[in-house]
Design a protein around this ligand. Structure first.
Ligand code: ADE
Length: 234
C-alpha cells in the first residue's frame, strides 16, 4: 500500500470573504500544488464565529472617528478554532499596511515553515487587542491601502507556494528568476528567431553554454542597474 505523501505545508486563511480566494486557488501553480499534495490550503470564515444575532464582526471605534473596527471576539474564537485543526505549530501572519514590507527574502523564509495562518482583515482595521494578542507577525505587501487583507494574503500564498519543492514543473526555474539572486531576470526569447524584424541575440543560438551563462549574468546586472538600482545598494 502506498502512503499518501506528507504535505510540505499547511496554510490556513482567516477571512470574511472566503469566496475571493476561489479563483486564484483553483488555477495554475496553486491548483497543481494542492492537487499534488504539496500544500493544503484551508479557508475559514471569521463571520461563522460571530455570536450576536446579526453575525456582526465589526463595530464603531471607541473615541469616535470614521469607519468600523474588526471586533476581538469573532477573530479570537476563529483563530483558536483554526489553530487546533493541525498539531503543527503555526507561523501567524496578520495582513496590514502597517506591517513589514513583503519581499522575495520573506517569501523564501516563509516557504521553510510547515504551517502558516494568515489573517485578513476588513474595515478600517483591527481592534488593537487582535494585533497584540495573537503573537502574529504583521506583513504589508506595499505602501498603499487595500480594501482588505485578502489580496495581500493571496499574494503571499502565491509567492510562497511556488517556492515549495515540486511546485514548479522545472526544479530550476525558481532559481534563475527575478530577485532570486538579488537581480532582475535576464531577457528571455522563444521562437520565432525573427519577429517584426527583431532578431533573437545571436549568442542564444550559438550553443555555447558558458558564453550564454556569462551573457545572461551581464544582462541581469545591466538591467538591474537601469531599472532597479536600489536593489544593488544592499
Ligand atoms: N490590508 C490593507 N492594505 C494592505 C497592504 N498594503 N498590505 C497588507 N494588508 C493590507
Amino acid at each position: 500500500m502506498r502512503l499518501k505523501p506528507k504535505k510540505a505545508m499547511r496554510v490556513d486563511i482567516l477571512t470574511l470573504f472566503p469566496e475571493m480566494f476561489e479563483s486564484p486557488l483553483s488555477h495554475s501553480i496553486l491548483k497543481r500544488a494542492q492537487q499534488a499534495g504539496i500544500v493544503e490550503i484551508a479557508l475559514t470564515n471569521i463571520r461563522d464565529f460571530a455570536k450576536n444575532d446579526y453575525r456582526k464582526v465589526d463595530d464603531k471605534p471607541y473615541g469616535g472617528g470614521p469607519g468600523m473596527v474588526m471586533m476581538c471576539q469573532p477573530a479570537f474564537d476563529c483563530f483558536e478554532y483554526v489553530e487546533k485543526l493541525s498539531d503543527e505549530k503555526p507561523k501567524v501572519i496578520l495582513l496590514t499596511p502597517q506591517g513589514q514590507k513583503f519581499d522575495q527574502k520573506k517569501a523564501v523564509e516563509l516557504s521553510k515553515e510547515k504551517r502558516l495562518i494568515l489573517i485578513a482583515g476588513r474595515y478600517e482595521g483591527f481592534d488593537e487587542r487582535i494585533r497584540t494578542g495573537l503573537d502574529a507577525e504583521q506583513i504589508s505587501i506595499g505602501d498603499y491601502v487595500l480594501s482588505g487583507g485578502e489580496l495581500a494574503a493571496m499574494v503571499i500564498v502565491d509567492a510562497v507556494v511556488r517556492l515549495l519543492p515540486g511546485a514548479l514543473g522545472d526544479e530550476d526555474s525558481a532559481k534563475d528568476e527575478t530577485f532570486s539572486e538579488g537581480l532582475l531576470e535576464y531577457p528571455q526569447y522563444t521562437r520565432p528567431e525573427v519577429f517584426r524584424d527583431i532578431k533573437v541575440p545571436d549568442i542564444l543560438l550559438s550553443g555555447d553554454h558558458a558564453k550564454i551563462a556569462q551573457w545572461r549574468k551581464d544582462q541581469a546586472l545591466e538591467r538591474t542597474k537601469k531599472l532597479r538600482p536600489d536593489l544593488l545598494e544592499n
